[in-house]
Design a protein around this ligand. Structure first.
Ligand code: 2PG
Ligand code: MG
Length: 422
């Protein structure tokens, strides 16, 4: 009755118009679909996205990954009980057999893994977030949205070195209130940017945030705080940054604002920012292999601010374990496609939670309209999600799903304490 009857995949296209994988699992009680996102500022140790190469779609086709689902993984999971997520995922991992999923592709594996979870939830007659909450033995919690309202780095055609400037609406009673207030800030920011910098300043980047032609690291923060103040939320909102420092780390130095900075100067930069601005979270403050720098920032600032590891740990348990042991961060960014199966992502999150790290569930800059991560964030009760700005359908799909979940679940809103380092 709960068995997987058929598995099929196809090539669809993500929010950047690049090919990606969509998988459909058929059971006796319905069809369950999941698709895979894709990053631009990727960590070098992420599980491998299998791409075709060649001329078509600039080499980004996924017909080989699709074929691997249709011809190999479908055979592996067919006939299995869709409620056995762990078993399904371990079969997928075993079939690939490589440490980084380079044989069949993490994109192929993940599409099957996520579709299976949806089938499993339906089999149990549960909402996906409740099902994930059971899988992870955590209570559902509504996350604070990290709204990336000014885009830079690899996500925009401007000169900002830092990749993401987020407003974090922490001081509210519900996700609905927090998100709505974030939307108001977004629109106020739009008005201000247009007035001060002209119409081109309100063009948006890959994650729906504005991409004004600003240069200095702190200018976007000033603009966001001005908008926050004028809509009256100065006490309720704080700032989050994704520096994505690997993307401007060259020859052992950080190239920002045309200056070449070492670790000590970068640390000073962060200390100054914390002194003048209400910053609650800094993601990837240093490059993925600049371990000593991560250790230094945790020593210096780790009690005051969330130091969020993305490229450093790429959602993989072994790397998370190492970062915990060496005290290189105090929070984990969780992206399912960096690791390739739901079970492995849940294990990384569990390790982080058990080690008193915070966890933030994250989209990728290339997204589909899938909403899996909204349920994931609620289900693992981590209290934080980033899904870009409140702009562009693939970003809103997740936030709108969270509005729906809040209504039906009655889960509490994480609020301010979500970002506090433990
Ligand atoms: C990041 C992400 C998502 P990308 O760096 O955290 O915001 O970007 O998907 O391009 O890696
Ligand atoms: Mg990042």
């Amino acid at each position: 009755m709960y068995e997987i009857k058929a598995v099929g995949a196809r090539q669809i296209f993500d929010s950047r118009g690049n090919p990606t994988v969509e998988c459909v699992i058929k059971t006796g009680f319905g069809r369950f679909k999941a698709s895979v996102p894709s990053g631009a500022s990727t960590g070098t140790r992420e599980a491998v996205e299998l791409r075709d190469g060649g001329k078509e779609f600039n080499g980004l086709g996924v017909s080989r990954a699709v074929q691997n689902v249709n011809e190999i993984l479908s055979v592996v999971v067919k006939g299995r009980d869709c409620r056995r997520q762990k078993e399904i995922d371990s079969l997928l991992v075993k079939e690939d057999g490589t440490p980084n999923k380079s044989k069949l592709g993490a994109n192929a594996l993940l599409s099957v893994s996520l579709a299976a979870a949806k089938a499993g939830a339906a089999a149990e007659n549960m909402e996906l977030y409740d099902y994930i909450s059971e899988l992870s033995s955590r209570n559902p919690l509504m996350p604070v949205p990290a709204l990336n309202i000014i885009n830079g780095g690899k996500h925009a055609g401007n000169s900002l070195d830092f990749q993401e400037y987020q407003v974090l609406p922490v001081g509210f009673k519900s996700f609905k209130e927090a998100f709505s207030a974030g939307v108001e800030v977004f629109h106020q920011l739009k008005k201000n940017l247009e007035k001060n910098y002209g119409r081109s300043a309100i063009n948006v980047g890959d994650e729906g945030g504005f991409a004004p032609q600003l240069r200095k690291v702190e200018e976007p923060i000033d603009e966001i705080l001005k908008a926050v103040e004028s809509v009256g939320y100065a006490k309720e909102m704080v700032i989050g940054l994704d520096v994505a420092a690997s993307s401007f780390f060259m020859g052992g130095k950080y190239l920002i604002e045309k200056k070449s900075l070492g670790i000590v100067s970068m640390l000073e930069e962060y200390e100054t920012l914390l002194k003048y601005y209400p910053i609650a979270s800094i993601e990837d403050p240093f490059a993925e292999s600049d371990y000593h720098a991560w250790e230094e920032i945790v020593k210096k600032l780790g009690k005051r601010v969330q130091i969020l590891a993305d490229d450093l740990t790429v959602s993989q348990e072994a790397l998370v374990a190492e970062a915990i042991r060496r005290n290189r961060a105090n929070a984990l960014l969780l992206k399912v496609n960096q690791v390739g199966t739901l079970t492995e992502a849940l294990e990384s999150a569990a390790l982080a939670h058990n080690s008193n790290w915070n966890v933030q569930v994250s989209h990728r800059s290339g997204e589909t309209n899938g909403t899996f991560i909204a349920d994931l964030a609620v289900g693992i009760g981590c209290g934080q999600i980033k899904s870009g700005a409140p702009c562009r359908g693939e970003r809103l799909a997740k936030y709108n799903r969270l509005l729906e979940i809040e209504e039906s679940s009655g889960a509490l809103f994480a609020g301010r304490k979500a970002f506090k380092p433990k």
